[in-house]
Design a protein around this ligand. Sequence first.
Ligand code: SPV
Ligand code: MG
Length: 284
Amino acid sequence: MLKKLLSHKKNLFFIEAHSPLSAHIIDSINIPDNDGFPLSFDGIWSSSLSDSVLNGLPDTEYLDLRSRIKHVHDMMEFTSKPIIFDADTGGDIPHFEKNIRMMERIGISAVIIEDKTGQKKNSLFGNSVYQQLEDINVFSEKIMAGKKSLKYNDLQIFARIESLIAGMPMDDALIRAERYVHAGADGIMIHSCKRNADEVICFAHKFRKKFPFIPLVCVPTTYSDTPPSWLFDAGFNIIIYANHLIRSSYKAMEDTAIQLLRTGMAADVESKCVEVKKILSAFE
Ligand code: SPV
Ligand code: MG
């Protein structure tokens, strides 16, 4: 599905979902744009951060991939949109080979694996924690092993480059991108935790000179005030809003609980809530 989308639409917006309810919400949102054309998200990001937090766990690969794939399967009943699965480091190669077949069986469109090793730390910590990059050869082997394990050629494997997160120079990110594409990666995600998009835009310009057609993904969490058009113009094809539904629901729940505790009047929070009839009918 993602391949088809990429072939006829240049710029795609993906958004994180972490539960059947959030997948249902994304699937059902369809609003008119300024010209009256229907506007909806192109697909769903299954985030390791969101899934971990939802389950009361740190984002350190403690929530195992098999469980995470099952969570995606539960969401799929409620959406027909393509899903990009955040598989963290992908685990060790023999496990990745098995897990990727499971992803393929349930119909995930693309999996993104990141080139880190050791105990994974969330990238948004940046350099404040030790972010250990995987050896380029080992990670390239993982990509090749994943591609080889696929039964059909539908599930795409994207390589996520963490050089900039680990404080390595741009050249390291570019060398890795080239090596991973040659190892068979179907797309590249470049991650950054800088407050502006300068470094991902610089990466995109340089990457595009060598690889005009390989899908390129970015995640504007820390550089969130960058207009999407800047990112697309630089050469990105997919923008992922990686954690905004879990963060906004966290805030909404916290605000509602605080207000109820303060006033004790349920009526005071009604305006923050969907109507009861909406949740009663959501899955009828
Ligand atoms: C996630 O959403 O789990 C990601 C993106 O991997 S980030 O949290 O920015 O590392
Ligand atoms: Mg993640």
